[in-house]
Design a protein around this ligand. Structure first.
Ligand SMILES: Nc1ncnc2c1ncn2[C@@H]1O[C@H](COP(=O)(O)OP(=O)(O)OP(=O)(O)O)[C@@H](O)[C@H]1O
Length: 314
């Protein structure tokens, strides 16, 4: 096995022992690899619990990601009201000594889910209603703590079988008011000449609007994205939204997000909910959708609404 700082693959069965804290983790399998690191599914030896463990290629990048996670954790603890689940996202930070090198790693909650795109391919694009609502809930929690996610893209959104969303990859999270640290062209407001790269809730809402366009009208988005920067603009996106039939149920929401007109993420979430309710009612009155499917879908919407209620009103 060749190990360099930019290429580190550890086989299943390897035990990663933290240099400072001594905790031991047994690697089960590779979960994924990105620009900033490798993520493994691991079993904590003392508890037999499953976690995700991320090892960094670049110590500084990983450290700043860890700093953000710690800051979020501190704020969540202080606020105490954003749901117990989130308090334990970051589990541990340590170094791993491997072939004479110190490799930094952190351990986080293992998120069992499918990336948004494959989830919708398997379940049907209608499930964007449920997943989108859950995503807006997640963003609202983050925004309320004073942070912007930044690098919102389909790969960073994992969805559970019931449509509940978890964001992964906090490497792009920035404090509101600062510059966005990490972004991906298509979902970046600056790329479309639609605003600056200041971290603020409207930045994430814009990205989510482009994510929706990407998922439901990819060929048109691809076409618009190849325009030169001088000719590429937010109106290209607005034109797609007005023309593409698959986007019509979301039109009002997408227009407001692209124009940066939501006053808050709560308002964006509320409008999303209204448009979902409208669709459910319309379908009920005219579509021959099997009752079981409508039942499962409505149950998921209800579960999300309950989760929201307990999170924000308790
Ligand atoms: N907590 C988690 N639970 C389950 N899988 C995860 C988790 N975190 C990351 N992954 C998987 O590992 C992959 C890479 O992780 P991540 O996106 O954090 O790496 P990255 O190097 O920052 O990626 P990018 O190049 O997108 O910035 C993800 O696409 C996902 O499949």
């Amino acid at each position: 096995m060749v190990t360099t700082s930019s290429n580190l693959t550890l086989p299943p069965g390897t035990i990663v022992t933290g240099r400072w804290k001594g905790e031991r983790y047994l690697i089960q399998r590779l979960l994924g690899q990105g620009a900033n690191g490798v993520v493994y599914l691991v079993k904590q030896m003392k508890s037999a619990r499953l976690y995700a463990l991320k090892m960094g290629f670049d110590t500084l990048d990983l450290q700043s990601e860890i700093n953000v996670l710690k800051a979020l954790q501190r704020k969540r603890r202080k606020n105490g009201s954003t749901g117990k689940r989130d308090l334990s996202y970051l589990v541990e930070v340590d170094d791993y000594s491997h072939q004479g090198k110190e490799i930094p790693f952190y351990v986080m909650r293992y998120v069992k889910g499918e990336p948004l795109r494959s989830f919708l391919t398997q379940q049907g694009s209608r499930w964007l209603n449920v997943a989108g609502y859950s995503l807006l809930q997640q963003l609202e929690g983050l925004h309320d703590l004073g942070f912007t996610f930044g690098d919102l893209k389909p790969e960073n959104v994992l969805v559970s079988p019931y449509g509940e969303v978890e964001l992964i990859d906090y490497g792009g999270v920035s404090e509101n008011g600062r510059s966005v640290r990490q972004f991906t062209e298509w979902y970046d407001r600056g790329y479309w000449g639609a605003g600056g790269r200041t971290a603020e809730p409207s930045y994430d809402l814009f990205s989510f609007a482009v994510v929706c366009i990407h998922l439901l009208a990819e060929p048109l988005l691809k076409e618009a994205a190849i325009n030169l920067p001088q000719t590429r603009s937010k109106s290209d996106l607005l034109t797609i939204v007005r023309r593409e039939s698959a986007l019509q149920p979301y039109r009002k929401w997408l227009e407001r997000a692209l124009e940066g007109k939501f006053r808050s993420t709560a308002e964006a979430r509320q409008l999303w909910r209204e448009q979902v309710q409208k669709q459910v009612l319309q379908r009920k009155s005219k579509s021959p959708t099997p009752t079981w499917m409508m039942g499962a879908f409505t149950l998921s919407v209800l579960l999300l609404l309950c989760a929201l209620f307990f999170t924000f009103w308790n």
